[in-house]
Unconditional design. Structure first.
Length: 479
């Protein structure tokens, strides 16, 4: 009788450092393809996106939108009365309740994600990880880790770094969590700021400035650039700035904050030109830095930029063949959707499955101001700069029947096509632009022509009809 036994094939072990959208999706994809997966997370599954950024911030913005709808109701003929007497509603925000609700939502989402990982067979470790070479990871338990959790050095066939980023801090504007705040600390305040000063007019600054304005705070937005949302579509930025000013926001363009002080009862912001702005609170929205320090990346031969971001290619692979990196800690777009896609792509690639390289040009992004701004593909500025040849059509929503019914006064649909008529870009400025951009993104991903897009039936009346209108306007006649 033979004693020979077929050797058991060692499973492909993937170790993921960081449990945000990228790490989470990578873990699920790994289990789907039969890998052994260990995920290390020090704060909570979902990372900043779920616990301190996207979920809570967009929940706060949803509350602000609700307040805005009440304010707009009178324009649509909705009147409020008490005892038979018409009254003008006074909107009051219980910020403590709002913050408690959004943090509970974030925690519930994180718990759901953790349960899903465990159900799928992912080993989840509470703590921090760092590379020891490019085939081993050293795990250190965090305070509060389950009893019996011990440090360990584990071997991995593939390592995925998904550690995210943290708010950038300035030396003379140190956040204190009371008056001078980062976007992670906003949910600690229990009373609506009387006067919120926002330093930074990028996406984060613009979104929170818009939210607090609609919640009822006085808002001053300090921008070091010529306009808010620098780098975004110029027409869209002009619309948002006009809306902000019309609603009473004080916007200081071409102004740089040099120092921010907590005065005890408020904040004092000193600008580079000597001007002083005083308010009750200050939000520092001056960018983010990747959480890559101390991870042993450079020692493992991983290439980093001067800012500390991990250099990756279109399948999220680093300079080391078995080490991948995804999300805000990399040189790709700092978007949760991109991070999630990178996570899946990295696993498909390392496991030999079909892995389509991430095409950043096809990524749809959104700014959650009121109105929202959504963009995808090539821009009008790209055409002006000669990067691509094409045509642009812009349809103001003031001409759209549904927009008129809804009382929408600001916004537009912009469609960009190549000289051959293929849809290559788009901008939507409107309520729920994050939803309206989807058909344009589908057209770009599938290389549809403007004629093919125009042939799709739209509901009458609807805001999407303006997408069809723009597509028809870009029709190239056959001569």
């Amino acid at each position: 009788m033979s004693t020979d036994a077929t050797p058991t094939k060692k499973p492909h072990h993937i170790v993921i450092i960081g449990g945000g959208p990228g790490g989470y999706e990578a873990a699920l994809a790994g289990r789907q393809l039969g890998a052994e997966v260990t995920l290390i997370e020090r704060a909570g599954v979902g990372g900043n996106a779920v616990l301190t950024d996207v979920v809570p911030s967009k929940s706060l913005i949803a509350t602000a939108e609700a307040a805005g709808r009440v304010e707009q109701a009178a324009k649509l003929g909705v009147k409020f009365s008490f005892g038979g007497q018409h009254i003008k509603p006074k909107i009051e925000i219980d910020l403590a309740t709002v913050n408690r609700r959004l943090l509970e939502l974030a925690e519930a989402q994180s718990s759901d994600m953790l349960e899903n990982l465990i159900r799928e067979g992912v080993r989840v470790l509470h703590g921090s990880g760092r590379l020891d070479g490019n085939h081993h990871v050293i795990f250190e338990p965090a305070e509060g880790a389950p009893k019996g959790t011990k440090p360990e050095r584990m071997e991995a066939k593939t390592i995925i770094v998904a550690v995210g980023a943290s708010p950038r801090e300035l030396p003379d504007a140190k956040p204190d969590g009371e008056r001078i705040l980062t976007w992670k600390q906003l949910y600690n305040i229990n009373e609506l700021p009387e006067h919120m000063i926002v330093v930074g007019s990028g996406v984060t600054g613009a979104e929170f400035a818009s939210a607090y304005l609609h919640l009822g705070s006085e808002v001053t937005l300090i921008s070091s650039r010529d306009t808010v949302l620098p780098g975004n579509d110029n027409d869209a930025a002009q619309v948002i700035e006009r809306v902000f000013r019309n609603k009473g926001m004080n916007i200081l363009n071409k102004s740089r904050a040099e120092k921010v002080e907590n005065t005890g009862s408020g904040v004092r912001v000193t600008l580079a030109d000597g001007r002083v702005v005083e308010g009750s609170h200050c939000l520092m929205a001056v960018g983010a830095i990747p959480n890559t320090a101390g991870l042993g990346l450079e020692e493992a031969g991983i290439e980093l930029t001067e800012s500390g971001h991990v250099v990756v290619n279109k399948v999220a692979r680093t300079a080391r063949a078995n080490v991948y990196a995804v999300g805000d800690c990399t040189t790709f777009f700092p978007l949760a959707s991109v991070s999630a896609m990178q996570g899946r792509t990295a696993v498909f690639h390392t496991m030999g499955d079909v892995s389509a390289p991430t095409q950043l040009r096809n990524v749809a992004s959104n700014v959650f101001t009121a109105p929202e701004i959504a963009t995808v593909g090539w821009s009008e500025q790209d055409i002006a700069d000669g990067k691509v040849s094409g045509h642009v059509e812009k349809i103001d929503l003031q001409t759209n029947p549904r927009a008129k019914m809804m009382g929408i006064e600001d916004g537009f649909i912009k469609l960009v096509c190549s000289t051959g008529g293929t849809v290559i870009g788009g901008v939507v400025v409107a309520p729920r632009a994050s939803d309206l951009i989807y058909p344009i993104a589908i057209a770009i991903e599938n290389r549809l022509t403007v004629d093919e897009l125009a042939k799709v039936f739209t509901v009458y009346p609807s805001l999407t009809a303006s997408i069809s209108d723009a597509a028809r306007a870009l029709h190239l006649p056959v001569l």
